[in-house]
Write a protein that binds this ligand. Structure first.
Ligand code: ITT
Ligand code: NA
Length: 179
């Protein structure tokens, strides 16, 4: 089976390819991101729209993720993409730099839709915000540290083993095998 991963983010596709046995094809379709605090709702709505608008029979997957910083009341959360594009990750570190509590977590929801069945799979990973380190990964990876390493310092395999997306992909892969 081919899974059509609807995203503009090649980093997500790289991680999914390393995780899933199925073929993963990137589809650059810009689905509507509904305004919601619920990553699952955003992803399912996007998956249904992408399936309807792009044609084709292969199932689609949409992945909605975000960084939630405790000391900032969960910011940037659902606005993570906008914040990365406008202020950038270095300045998110600057916002947290003087805080005593630098805890944060990443969340990810993978939504699957095949024209009939819609399913979501989620994952989260705790960590802390640090000064940028590392060249790998993408997005907020350089400022997100988990067990002593930033996600940008990890191999894709290591990131998948512990990350929000890896956990969501693991549930998704189990579900695919059972269905
Ligand atoms: P698509 O919506 O096209 O899939 P996107 O990069 O905008 O691509 P999201 O809205 O899910 O994807 O991502 C929200 C932000 O969080 C965005 O700035 C990403 O770079 C970042 N992000 C998502 N997953 C991440 C990860 O595993 N590590 C670091 N940053 C991540
Ligand atoms: Na998104």
């Amino acid at each position: 089976m081919t899974i059509r991963f609807v995203t503009s983010n090649a980093g997500k596709v790289r991680e999914a390819r390393e995780y899933l046995d199925d073929d993963v094809e990137q589809i650059n379709y810009d689905y509507t991101e509904v305004q919601s605090d619920d990553l699952g709702e955003i992803a399912v709505t996007g998956a249904k729209e992408a399936f309807a608008e792009t044609g084709g029979d292969d199932p689609v997957v949409v992945d909605d993720a975000g960084l939630f910083v405790d000391a900032l009341g969960g910011f940037p959360g659902p606005y993570s993409s906008y914040v990365e594009d406008t202020v950038g990750v270095e300045r998110v570190w600057n916002l947290v730099e003087r805080e005593e509590n630098r805890r944060a977590h990443f969340r990810c929801v993978v939504a699957y839709y095949d024209g009939e069945t819609a399913e979501t799979f989620d994952g989260a990973v705790p960590g802390r915000i640090v000064a940028p380190r590392g060249e790998g990964g993408f997005g907020y990876d350089p400022i997100f540290e988990h067990e002593g390493e930033t996600m940008a310092e990890m191999s894709t395999e290591r990131k998948n083993a512990i990350s929000h997306r890896g956990r969501a992909l693991a549930k998704f892969a189990d579900w695919l095998t059972e269905n």
